[in-house]
Write a protein that binds this ligand. Structure first.
Ligand SMILES: [Ca+2]
Ligand SMILES: [Ca+2]
Ligand SMILES: [Ca+2]
Ligand SMILES: [Ca+2]
Length: 356
């Protein structure tokens, strides 16, 4: 959807309105964050690309412990995700989806099996990671202005504070002279959490400098074994109430007090709880003993886990498999296009089209 170019058509307005509704509902559907130092306005800022993002494409859980609602679309579309978001022309979307189908159908028997879909999911996950690598190249330049390929914690800290509205020169000067930085409590907490992560990303021998690859694992912990463990630890720390470093179902689904303000909010929260319960019982707690250990959560979050990919493939098939043959035919995928592509404008736009 391009707002800047051309005239506002009925399609644009309709699409824009739909987006507006989605945004409003989306905000309400997210109960307040349990961890204070990871609030949305910090990590949710997309322009702020030198900060570790809360949401990682192709990873089942977000850094703040929320489930990734778009996961199945992300692993189905790979880097083509944005095209479906921006393109509201149903015909084009349909054509693209047919193209994708013929690629997923590796043996060309006009039907997508769980194995074929698993293979596709692994490929698309890798694609997301390659995108992250590319993006990291650009971001690294922003934090490494002298271009020597290494960034110190202090250099990064200056950039981070500048992104929070502090005067970059002043901050740099103060850090250089070892003067005290006057930052608010929340910023201080974020800084400390970032610092932990920073030193975690510094591979041995620890020189307290991050090169491009280490910086990548700082921003994208999902593809480095050590950082993945660290990310899991952080999530458990935020959700674990009795401090045993494991999660019970009630720890996993509990909401912070005072997040429910009205009945509508209550309904959304009920749904939120239901989804989390289901995910906990059916997927994350792999041995079904009612406890999620670090190892179980790590398996669950690992984007390159083939077993997870097969599970995901089976789940996706189950959603659209109308003729119950355990594979997907083109008609099934087209019928459930919204589920696979997330393109809500697609059907909406088609309806508008038919009316005129
Ligand atoms: Ca096939
Ligand atoms: Ca616990
Ligand atoms: Ca378990
Ligand atoms: Ca089928």
């Amino acid at each position: 959807m391009s707002i800047t170019r051309g005239v506002w058509t009925v399609h644009h307005l309709a699409a824009f309105f739909a987006l507006f509704v989605i945004l409003i509902v989306g905000v309400q559907a997210r109960p307040a964050n349990i961890s204070v130092h990871r609030s949305k306005h910090v990590n949710g800022n997309e322009d702020n690309e030198i900060l570790p993002p809360d949401h990682l494409n192709g990873v089942k859980m977000e850094m703040d412990g929320h489930l990734n609602k778009d996961f199945h679309q992300e692993v189905f579309l790979g880097k083509e995700m944005e095209e479906f978001e921006e393109d509201s022309e149903p015909k084009k979307n349909r054509k693209k989806l047919i193209e994708i189908f013929s690629k997923v159908d590796f043996n060309k028997d006009r039907s997508v099996s769980a194995k074929e879909l698993q293979r596709w999911i692994m490929e698309k996950t890798e694609e997301h990671f390659q995108e992250a690598v590319k993006e990291n190249k650009r971001n690294f330049h922003a934090v490494d202005p002298d271009g020597n390929g290494l960034v110190t914690w202090d250099e990064y800290r200056v950039k981070f504070l500048a992104s929070k509205g502090f005067n970059e020169k002043e901050v740099a000067e103060k850090i250089k002279n070892n003067e005290e930085l006057k930052v608010d409590e929340e910023t201080q907490e974020i800084l400390e959490s970032l610092k932990d992560r920073w030193f975690q990303a510094d591979n041995p021998p620890a020189d307290q400098l991050l090169n491009e690859e280490e910086f990548l694992s700082f921003l994208h912990p999902e593809h480095s074994r050590g950082m993945l463990k660290y990310m899991v630890k952080e999530i458990i720390r935020d959700l674990d109430q009795d401090g045993d470093k494991q999660l019970t179902r009630s720890e996993f689904i509990s909401l912070p007090m005072g997040t429910v303000e009205n009945q509508q909010g209550q309904d959304i929260d009920d749904e939120w709880v239901r989804d989390r319960k289901k995910e906990f019982e059916e997927v994350i707690d792999a041995n079904h003993n009612g406890i999620v250990t670090m190892e179980e959560l790590e398996e669950y979050m690992d984007p390159m886990n083939e077993y997870n990919a097969l599970n995901e493939a089976k789940q996706m098939i189950a959603v659209a498999d109308e003729n119950q043959n355990h594979s997907l035919e083109l008609e099934e995928i087209l019928k459930y296009s919204e589920y696979f592509t997330g393109s809500k404008f697609m059907d909406y736009a088609r309806n508008v089209h038919e009316e005129f």
